[in-house]
Design a protein around this ligand. Structure first.
Ligand SMILES: [Zn+2]
Length: 286
């Protein structure tokens, strides 16, 4: 599943490809992709004549911002966008086509069919699902060490599921949570409420640097992620812990282990990321 860096890469690519174009018509061939409005015909008709002004992002959601309307799009497992000429043959698994007045077409393909689109009036999108309850945006200036500590400290869950919870911090998935926890030297099952302020600050820095480096590298290519121009991201070559089961830890040389935390496959170094033990709670934390 694409995480924040991959969606950010798609956002940047779509910005180059479709900003300024005007929608002439829309064709939906798989109604369940469209979550709002309920009526597919209304979705198709409402978009006619609208011009793409900007491509935004909130967490893992793209915001295709038009004059008066915003289309909120989640790629989920394998959704992807591509720009085509109207004369190009339509490939299999193409479910939504935005026909532009200049003869080009933005096509949405989704083999797994889990992707979603919600159409809103501008501004309305933040007051309703799926954006209403989203947490801190980690590459935004509003993501401060204080805000992060406030949202994570005191949680009674393990730290990994806390980081995956999009109501606390958005954009982090399985890969970048493992990378950030490794960088901060925190065991994925450590109770969130037992982390010291200093350790939370380290984790905060690790989240920011991991995501920023991945964005700079154009997102990661895991399985089928391809950005809007069909380019593969490069960050997978920089993973320090994810997918490296059995390989030596880049920091200490101990074999990387894989376990399951909160139902998710989890990579960690048992030497660099020590589990919480109850006698630690009586010591000075950190
Ligand atoms: Zn290690």
């Amino acid at each position: 599943m694409p995480e924040l860096p991959e969606v950010e890469t798609v956002r940047r690519t779509l910005t180059e490809l479709i900003v300024g174009k005007t929608i002439q018509s829309v064709t939906v061939s798989l109604p369940r992709i469209i979550q709002r409005p309920d009526d597919i015909k209304r979705f198709e008709i409402e978009l006619i004549g609208h011009r793409i002004l900007e491509i935004g992002r909130r967490g893992k959601f793209l915001r295709i911002i038009m004059d008066g309307l915003v289309l909120v799009s989640h790629l989920r497992m394998e959704g992807r966008y591509g720009l085509y000429d109207k004369s190009d043959p339509v490939e299999k698994h193409t479910h939504v086509i935005f026909h532009f007045t200049d003869g080009s077409e933005l096509r949405y393909k989704d083999v797994r069919q889990f992707g979603t689109m919600h159409l809103f009036r501008t501004g309305e999108e933040f007051t309703m699902n799926p954006l209403a309850k989203l947490g801190l945006e980690p590459l935004d200036s509003s993501f401060t060490a204080e805000a992060f500590r406030e949202v994570i400290s005191g949680r009674s869950t393990k730290i990994k599921p806390a980081l995956l919870n999009q109501e606390y911090v958005v954009g982090l998935g399985n890969i970048y949570v493992d990378e950030a926890l490794f960088r901060a030297g925190i065991h994925p099952e450590y109770p969130a409420k037992e982390l010291s302020a200093a350790k939370l600050d380290e984790l905060y820095e690790a989240i920011k640097s991991t995501l920023q480096e991945a964005v700079d590298a154009g997102g990661s290519s895991i399985k089928s992620f391809v950005n809007g121009q069909g380019e593969m991201g490069m960050f997978q070559h920089s993973f320090q812990i994810y997918g490296r089961k059995g390989e030596p830890c880049v920091s200490c040389g101990h074999a990387v282990e894989k376990t399951v935390v909160g139902g998710r496959g989890t990579h960690y170094c048992p030497n660099c990321q020590r589990p919480f033990t109850s006698d630690q709670s009586n010591e000075v934390k950190g």
